[in-house]
Design a protein around this ligand. Structure first.
Ligand code: PMP
Length: 359
């Protein structure tokens, strides 16, 4: 069966040119590649969770508006009263919904680069243009370059990951406010890594009609759940909600989300540990003189190895039982770069030991 002619004819050329989001199989490796929280739930919580799930009715459709979970998320994420929220199957789904709401030929999605790859991918899938604006060499946001690009390209939506993935830094809040003032369309501040920083634009939502704030529970310890939240002005969210599939959050997800947020202090405590361990991991990396290490406000650290060595170091770590993310080859600004997620202290030390043996 050869479908290649039909595929060439029927699949849009933008889609043919893309690569699907690749996630390597971790096998038994120590998994420090995907910004997951390394800590499992305490046993007592696990037992209570299973008990809570027993009463769930799977013969019925879920609550389409996930009202109880919405209320719990609003509280957990300190959403201002004036803002509305929408929940998504991960924040990925919410990024897709924002883009679908605005998509039309010639419309522009903008983001500084390097950044989270799905902004670009989902823009192209929706038939929009993507305008990547280069960050400075130290990955900070260049206000002049950004404001010029906004004036020239008139983006319908700008995505700012705050802190940024894969670089780990926070963009200057003053520059973000300038962007909010000058952008002709929406500005989405994606706070996926909020558990690991004190910075946030959430409280500023009432001041900016074109600001949307994205959150997720993935990094705080619930990556398997698939639950994200978009907060913003009610009139914008009313439009974006029209692109949501009915019942996008299953009953088990809703029940688990509600249960987990009742125990948010456990996740806050784990995030605190991860922040402490980030300090130690950063110091451990900085002690390796061959590396350039980038400061991080997230639960991962970007570092640059000597020219040409990234693939061998990545493979050497894998052979030593440790999986991290290689960014070398994905963009010129990330040449020779690798990204490690903050794991448990034991995992971080195993990583540092293996890495120092490879340099
Ligand atoms: N935004 C950013 C900046 C991310 O790095 C990620 C995940 N890597 C996401 C959004 C998506 O997270 P999720 O779909 O798990 O909520």
């Amino acid at each position: 069966m050869d479908s290649s002619d039909k595929i060439k004819r029927l699949v849009r050329s933008e889609i043919q040119a893309l690569t699907a989001y690749h996630v390597p199989d971790p096998g038994d490796l120590i998994k420090l590649d995907a910004m997951e929280n390394p800590w499992p739930w305490p046993d007592s919580l696990r037992a209570q969770w299973c008990a809570a799930l027993e009463s769930v009715s799977l013969n019925r459709y879920p609550d389409p508006g996930a009202r109880e979970l919405q209320a719990a998320m609003r509280r957990a994420m300190d959403v201002p009263e004036a803002a509305a929220i929408i929940l998504g199957n991960g924040s990925d789904e919410l990024i897709q919904m924002i883009i679908q709401t605005l998509a039309a030929p010639g419309r522009v999605v903008m983001a500084p680069e390097p950044t989270f790859v799905m902004y670009r991918q989902l823009a192209l899938v929706a038939g929009m243009k993507f305008a990547g604006v280069p960050l400075r060499e130290d990955y900070s946001l260049d206000a002049t370059v950004m404001l010029e690009a906004i004036a020239a390209r008139q983006p319908d939506v700008i995505f700012l990951a705050y802190p940024n993935n894969p670089t780990g830094n926070l963009f200057d809040a003053g520059v973000i406010r300038q962007i909010l003032g000058e952008a002709p369309g929406l500005v989405v501040v994606d706070e996926a890594y909020a558990p690991f920083t004190d910075a946030s634009f959430m409280a500023e939502l009432p001041q900016h009609g074109n600001l949307l704030v994205l959150r997720t529970v993935s990094k705080m310890g619930l990556a398997g759940l698939r639950l994200g939240m978009l907060a913003g002005a009610p009139d914008w969210l009313e439009q974006i909600d029209k692109t949501r599939l009915p019942y996008n959050l299953g009953t088990l997800n809703q029940a688990t989300g509600r249960f987990a947020l009742q125990h948010k202090s456990v996740f806050d405590m784990q995030a605190g540990l991860i922040r402490q361990d980030r300090t130690d991991l950063f110091a451990g990396l900085q002690a390796l003189s061959q590396l350039t290490v980038y400061p991080s406000e997230a639960n991962f650290i970007l570092f640059r190895v000597p020219p040409g060595q990234a693939p061998a170091i990545h493979a050497g770590l894998r052979d030593a039982g440790i999986l991290i993310k290689i960014l070398d080859g994905s963009a010129p600004a990330l040449a020779d770069c690798l990204r490690v997620t903050v794991g448990t202290a034991g995992e971080n030390n195993a990583f540092l030991k293996a890495l120092s043996g490879l340099l």
